[in-house]
Design a protein around this ligand. Structure first.
Ligand SMILES: C[C@H](/C=C/C(=O)SCCNC(=O)CCNC(=O)[C@H](O)C(C)(C)COP(=O)(O)OP(=O)(O)OC[C@H]1O[C@@H](n2cnc3c(N)ncnc32)[C@H](O)[C@@H]1OP(=O)(O)O)[C@H]1CC[C@H]2[C@@H]3CCC4=CC(=O)CC[C@]4(C)[C@H]3CC[C@]12C
Length: 274
């Protein structure tokens, strides 16, 4: 893995609540409050939202990875902050658009693949944001759950809409209604995650997958991602109309000529994203 200049955003003298590092065509976003098990803070979510904008706007970024520092993914919303400032008191004022939570990828999806590298706990908001990712790697000791109901809260990060679209209905219902913890082996078995690795290796494996995707034609990758998302729930006939439109545009690209040319010339393709 070539490591070019790596940049870390530093929004304050103290360690920032989220680190953003570019490695080649990959942007690594690390939730960074290990002392609070990476509980979501306003600062962390602001940096995450900025990072997602950067993924979508920088053509040199082809894949993103979301992970957590200190052996934990994310413990969800900051309950101590919630105890100090009850969100419901703010809702009463109205004017808050709860249909879009960019940091949690609710109401927005990245135009490029996002891989989750999970170690330790991904609880409540941690499993909510996971559902906005496309490929998910977890350490064998990782554990998941949408536990809001256990605290009398609602999973406003999108799980009551998304989980039942990503898991069998009865499993999604049980996980949402009990708020129980789902250990990594079960999460893999039910399809919540796609890979289990030894603890501490999730980021390495996520980087391997990211490199594989980054070596592919970026236009093709983004078109495939857009199609699998935008056709979800569509009638097949309508879905194929959209698929054909998106697919045809890929074949018109320079990259769609570079691929076969590189094969004929027995060399690796040099994709430009045009
Ligand atoms: C609804 C959306 C999501 C909500 C939630 O996520 S609710 C939070 C649920 N989380 C939990 O219940 C997990 C609690 N933690 C644990 O179970 C354990 O800590 C652990 C299993 C994660 C780890 O165990 P451990 O033994 O390793 O470690 P510990 O010793 O327990 O902990 C170490 C240390 O960390 C502290 N800690 C751990 N977890 C948390 C936490 N969650 N919060 C704070 N601190 C934590 C622990 O206390 C220890 O500290 P110490 O000092 O050492 O004792 C919401 C998600 C986003 C929201 C939107 C955001 C934007 C908005 C703003 C508004 O103002 C309101 C509206 C809204 C749109 C808002 C709406 C709701 C969300 C969508």
């Amino acid at each position: 893995m070539s490591t070019e200049t790596t940049e870390k955003s530093d929004v304050s003298a103290k360690s920032p609540h989220c680190l953003v590092e570019k490695r080649g065509h990959v942007l690594i976003v690390t939730m960074n409050r290990p002392e609070a098990r990476n509980a979501l803070s306003g600062e962390m979510m602001a940096i995450m939202a900025e990072a997602w904008d950067r993924v979508d706007s920088d053509p040199d970024i082809r894949v993103a990875i979301l992970t957590g520092a200190g052996g934990t993914f994310c413990a969800g919303m900051d309950l101590k902050e919630m105890n100090r400032n009850a969100p419901g008191d703010r809702f009463g004022e109205g004017g808050m658009d709860l249909t879009k939570l960019p940091a949690l990828l609710k109401g927005r999806r990245l135009s490029k693949p996002l891989i989750a590298a999970v170690e330790g706990a991904a609880i409540a908001g941690g499993t909510e944001i996971l559902q906005g990712t496309d490929i998910r790697v977890a350490g064998e000791g990782a554990r998941f759950g949408v536990s809001e109901a256990r605290l009398g809260l609602f999973p406003l990060g999108g799980s009551a809409v998304r989980l039942v679209r990503q898991l069998p209905y009865t499993l999604a219902a049980e996980i949402l209604l009990t708020g129980r913890t789902v250990p990594a082996p079960e999460a893999k078995e039910i399809g919540l995650i796609s890979h289990i690795v030894p603890d501490g290796r999730a980021l390495d494996r996520a980087l391997e997958i990211a490199e594989q995707i980054a070596a592919n034609g970026p236009i093709a990758v983004q078109a495939i991602l857009k199609t699998i998302r935008d056709t979800e729930g569509m009638h097949e006939e309508d879905a194929f109309k959209l698929e054909a439109e998106i697919g045809a545009a890929v074949f018109k690209s320079d990259d769609a000529k570079e691929g076969p040319r590189s094969f004929a010339e027995k060399r690796a393709p040099k994709f430009t994203g045009r």
